[in-house]
Design a protein around this ligand. Structure first.
Ligand code: ATP
Length: 359
């Protein structure tokens, strides 16, 4: 027998019970998390959830009130930023305006007294990496936002840090540049294999770039998972509502993965809910199936929106005073011959329906 060779995942950074208080306000409430070597992790959450505070704590730019940070086996909890091993890129580029592109990128290397010829070779290599060869002598003011952010990225990577920290690096850019830079950063990170943490409030950014997403709310972690896990198996109603489109229907839990919607019994995946407990059934619009045949659950079409790849159909349930959205592929919809006032059968696939306690 050939033994199975497993690639060991080694921890790059271990965050243990980190709490951060500002006066009586708790911005981080006992955060524990392990980030593996080479991983691209996104901290995702609404404004004020604590994601920037957590990133700043990892960098040593903020001091945790309690808890421990271990990087590659070393306790870095009380080290000042300059003694920690990271490169950082901020939303606002934060380039030195009076230095050329070359000198901005060379800055960290000069601080470390790297030899001149090495600096030259390294800066040229980095500028090639971010597609800015030829811009060495320009000043930041002569560059576009996207170009400035690529210089900031090259500068952050210059000293070959073990950890790359990105604080909303794309949010100041316009949509087209943002999309382009998103794939550039992702490709660069994969090529260099540098462990990366990016803070973002943009779910699409997190879903497309991250190996794992850490969803935060009110200073705690709601869920850690791959983009597919976060999307298909949201651990809480908060995660379900924060990522993608979601229907929430008021139901009554019936035990054994059943819920009562009006008078209709629906199968679903449920957490431990008591029979008779008020609950919400979450189901994504693209998983709802409509049919011209009446079923156990039916609804009247009260809205149809054409959105290109699909049509978004709003239905009012016949059996309960609630509305439901179904996304139907626009090419298939001819079978349904959709029109306002039409009554359609609704099928909620059990494996796509999840039950959470009522909010
Ligand atoms: P945003 O996307 O708006 O930056 P965030 O999730 O990054 O949100 P943080 O910046 O980490 O949130 O802030 C978390 C909470 O801590 C917020 O309520 C904020 O007001 C508070 N906070 C952050 N820094 C300080 C500070 N220096 N003094 C007092 N409160 C602070």
């Amino acid at each position: 027998d050939t033994p199975t060779v497993m690639t060991p995942t080694t921890s790059h950074l271990t965050i243990e019970a980190v709490t951060k208080r500002f006066g009586s306000f708790t911005a981080l409430d006992g955060i524990s998390l392990t980030i593996n070597e080479g991983e691209f992790v996104c901290f995702l959450g609404p404004s004020g959830c604590g994601k920037t505070t957590l990133l700043r704590t990892i960098a040593g730019l903020a001091q945790q009130t309690a808890g421990t940070l271990i990087q590659r086996g070393e306790d870095i909890s009380s080290l000042p930023p300059q003694a920690r091993d990271f490169g950082i890129v901020f939303q606002s580029y934060a380039l030195f305006p009076n230095l050329t592109v070359f000198n901005n990128v060379a800055y960290g290397l000069r601080n470390r007294r790297v030899e001149r010829s090495h600096i030259h070779a390294r800066v040229n290599e980095l500028l090639a990496l971010v597609n800015l060869t030829g811009s060495e002598k320009k000043y930041p003011a002569a560059l576009s936002g996207g170009q400035q952010q690529r210089v900031a990225l090259a500068r952050a990577l210059a000293t070959e840090p073990g950890l790359l920290l990105l604080d909303e690096p794309l949010s100041a850019l316009d949509a087209r540049v943002r999309g382009h830079l998103r794939s550039q950063i992702k490709a660069l990170q994969a090529r260099l294999g540098v462990t990366t943490i990016m803070v973002t409030h943009d779910q699409e950014e997190a879903l497309t770039m991250a190996d794992r997403i850490v969803v935060m709310n009110h200073g705690v972690i709601e869920q850690v998972g791959t983009p597919a896990e976060i999307y298909h198996q949201p651990a809480s109603a908060f995660v379900a509502s924060f990522i993608g489109s979601m229907n929430f229907l008021e139901v009554t839990a019936q035990g054994d993965n059943q819920a009562l919607l009006g008078t209709t019994s629906c199968a679903c995946l449920s957490h431990t809910l008591k029979v008779g407990q008020a609950a919400q059934l979450a189901i994504r619009p693209e998983t709802v199936a409509l049919s011209r045949q009446a079923g156990a659950l039916n609804g009247e079409v009260i809205g149809i929106e054409f959105l290109g790849p699909f049509q978004r159909v709003t239905l009012r349930l016949t059996d309960a005073d609630q509305t439901l959205i179904a996304d139907v592929p626009s090419r298939d919809s001819t079978d349904l011959c959709l029109y306002q006032g039409q009554v359609l059968g609704i099928h909620l696939p059990a494996e796509a329906a999840r039950l959470y306690p009522a909010g």
